[in-house]
Design a protein around this ligand. Structure first.
Ligand code: 6PG
Length: 240
């Protein structure tokens, strides 16, 4: 696991955009496609805007990209809380990714059926794991919609499950640890002083203190935290 500290969200997002382009190029030359999962929330918006503009826009072979979601609030894309709606507005509607290669989680109807359908797509398209997973971290240390203390943290076989959020839209759908930790690369984007206490635990060496983001980071083969100085504070340092 590595930790890189940036002055601010803008420089963090610029570095993340360069990682995205590098991972996409390597994946396409390796397998002919690039599969990644979009993060929800606010932090990744700056990254998404950068990817939708030059020089990154033409640096990615978007026709070979498959965009999944790490999690979703159980609302239609038109809802202001929708991660899909945010990603379409900030990135997906501005890049030439084929519509059939964007895989929304929300499909209405039964949330259990939607999880089963999504898992089927994931296992078909990326049986050995996503190339890149983009993730944020909440101020309680959650990532995707894997919240502290929920039973779904103990899931060992399913890749997509429903969860309940303690804040905001209660019904969620999320990739699980088994699905996330299979990824070739996991990139956490963490910004803001409110994230410091849980970030310190997540990157620390005591497993007993790890919030879900820390559990995933330590289980993953290649996890990185890109954090700004506000989130790092005086006790989180560059690592790896
Ligand atoms: C979501 C995200 C969630 C998010 C964190 C951080 O659906 O909300 O998947 O895990 O990444 O809550 O959100 P901010 O970037 O808005 O702080």
């Amino acid at each position: 696991m590595t930790v890189r500290i940036f002055e601010d969200l803008a420089s963090l997002s610029s570095a993340a955009a360069n990682v995205f382009v590098k991972e996409a190029r390597e994946a396409v030359s390796r397998s002919g496609k690039f599969t990644f999962a979009l993060a929800g929330g606010n932090t990744p918006k700056a990254l998404y805007h950068l990817l939708a503009e030059e020089p990154h826009l033409s640096a990615v072979e978007w026709d070979k990209v498959h965009a999944f979601f790490g999690d979703e609030r159980w609302v239609p894309a038109s809802d202001p809380s929708s991660n899909e709606g945010m990603a379409r507005e900030a990135l997906l509607s501005h890049v030439p990714i084929p519509a059939r290669q964007v895989y929304p989680m929300y499909q209405g109807g039964s949330v259990e059926q939607a999880c089963a359908d999504y898992e089927e797509k994931l296992r078909l398209i990326m049986p050995s794991g996503l190339d890149l997973v983009l993730l944020g971290m909440g101020d309680d240390g959650h990532t995707a919609s894997l919240f502290p203390g929920i039973p779904e943290l103990r899931e060992t076989t399913k890749w997509v499950v429903p969860t309940l959020s303690p804040k905001g839209v209660r019904q969620r759908v999320t990739l699980t640890f088994p699905a996330l930790e299979m990824a070739r690369s996991v990139l956490f984007l963490v910004s803001g002083a409110d994230k410091h206490p849980e970030l310190e635990k997540a990157v620390g060496g005591d497993p007993a203190l790890w919030p879900p983001s820390g559990v995933l980071a330590h289980r993953s083969a290649n996890a990185s935290f890109f954090v700004d100085r506000s989130a790092a504070g005086s006790t989180v340092h560059d690592l790896g």
